[in-house]
Design a binder for this molecule. Structure first.
Ligand SMILES: [Zn+2]
Length: 417
């Protein structure tokens, strides 16, 4: 069986050009190489998609002393530039982060207070995690092959079997302050580890140089890919094409008629292709497709589950399927809100993804960009779920964990921008 491996795209000439163009200041050169490998990671959809993942570098910046540059909220690794990696006073950020449990607003205030440039974008919600890790360069991805294995019931022992002590296992903790503290403790308890395996979430790697950290990211992803291949599991290629059909116009019309969230405009991104067909033909489709998202971030865009249709149904049948989806979403909301510490306001009850047997998959957004992002995330998710289910059992976050992420005020703030 031939193994398709994620490519290491480091190029010495390109790296030298980035460093030289940055000038003589060693901090600017460190940052330039950070931008270079961030773009290498962001440019591969099987590592991260649409704003997923984050990266950082720690350096010495003149009179500011130790500074950490970390991905800013709203930036995409594929196209990141220096302003997308705002600098923070490293020691003050660490001290503030360790002073005691922080609420979400307290964490955001701490990060903003330590920005070198007060006009800079909000640093990543994972900034404290990056800051607590001692390594100079830190990279974080949601690689497809890693998600296949990190969403298994025994994801921790799988990690140990493949990577030994090179990776330390972090059980699922919601991103933000709690994850930063938990991950820092685990990294400290595993001296010499080269990265962190985040169950149900993804992979962190670190190193003394931009290249070390990037090489490790690719090496560890390749090890996951080889492990899957050794079990006879292949991740299907991304091979979809746009799908057109009059039925999709009807679906769009019914979605628009169903609710206020789309009354100002609705764009659908409909696709079919061998990997989508294989997913929609899965014998346990109704269960597999609605079990949960492959990484926590996705839920804010795709909702916790899609709407499934059995085929080209009538307008009435679509309407009743939408109502049924709404009732299921409402039940999910009520269960989650009952556990929440503060009052939550329900978002709209309409799907962002529709999966139609024998037809294809549809991403739904208010704009073409949004619909495309949702369809891209769903396409990767289908490939992850199929491979995960043939490896063992796709075992993602629970509805309660998904709810906490979807209704996390800091994630909602990100979408609002
Ligand atoms: Zn992540």
């Amino acid at each position: 069986m031939s193994v398709s491996l994620t490519e290491n795209r480091w190029n010495d000439d390109d790296a030298a050009r980035w460093a030289n163009d940055a000038g003589d200041d060693p901090a600017d050169r460190d940052l330039a190489l950070r931008i270079y490998t961030s773009r290498l990671i962001g440019g591969d959809p099987d590592l991260v998609l649409h704003g997923g993942g984050n990266t950082s570098v720690k350096t010495m910046r003149g009179s500011n002393g130790a500074v950490m540059h970390v991905k800013g909220s709203g930036w995409d690794l594929a196209t990141i530039e220096a302003p997308g990696l705002p600098g923070l006073h490293l020691e003050a950020t660490r001290t503030g982060g360790r002073a005691g449990a922080l609420s979400d607003p307290q964490m955001v205030a701490l990060l903003r207070a330590n920005l070198l440039d007060p006009e800079a974008p909000n640093p990543s919600l994972e900034t404290l995690l990056h800051g607590f890790l001692p390594a100079k360069y830190v990279d974080h991805s949601h690689a497809t092959a890693v998600l296949v294995l990190a969403n298994q019931p025994d994801a921790d022992s799988i990690c140990r079997a493949i990577y030994g002590k090179r990776l330390a296992v972090v059980p699922y903790v919601m991103p933000g302050y709690d994850l930063s503290i938990a991950a820092a403790r685990i990294a400290e308890a595993n001296p010499g580890c080269e990265g962190l395996w985040l169950v149900n979430h993804g992979l962190f790697t670190f190193g003394d140089t931009a290249r070390d950290s990037y090489d490790r990211m690719i090496e560890f992803v390749n090890m996951a890919e080889r492990h899957l291949a050794s079990r006879g599991i292949s991740i299907l290629p991304t091979d979809e094409r746009p799908r057109e059909d009059p039925f999709l116009d009807l679906l769009k019309e019914r979605l628009q008629a169903a609710g206020s969230v789309f009354t100002d405009g609705i764009v659908i991104d409909a696709r079919s292709g061998p990997s989508i067909d294989a997913f929609l033909a899965h014998p346990s489709l109704a269960d597999l497709a609605t079990r949960g998202t492959v990484t926590p971030d996705h839920v804010i865009r795709v909702k916790p589950f899609p709407l499934l249709l059995e085929g080209m149904e009538s307008a009435d049948a679509i309407d009743s399927a939408l109502k049924q989806f709404g009732r299921r979403y409402e039940a999910y909301f009520r269960a989650g809100a009952a556990e929440a510490k503060e009052a939550k306001v329900m978002l709209d009850c309409l799907p962002r993804v529709v999966q139609i047997r024998n037809i294809g998959m549809v991403g739904i957004g208010k704009t073409a960009g949004e619909a495309q992002i949702i369809a891209d995330l769903t396409s990767q998710s289908m490939r992850v779920m199929l491979a995960a289910e043939s490896y063992g059992r796709f075992t993602p976050l629970t509805p309660s964990q998904l709810f906490k992420m979807e209704y996390w005020s800091l994630e909602q703030a990100k979408l609002g921008k």
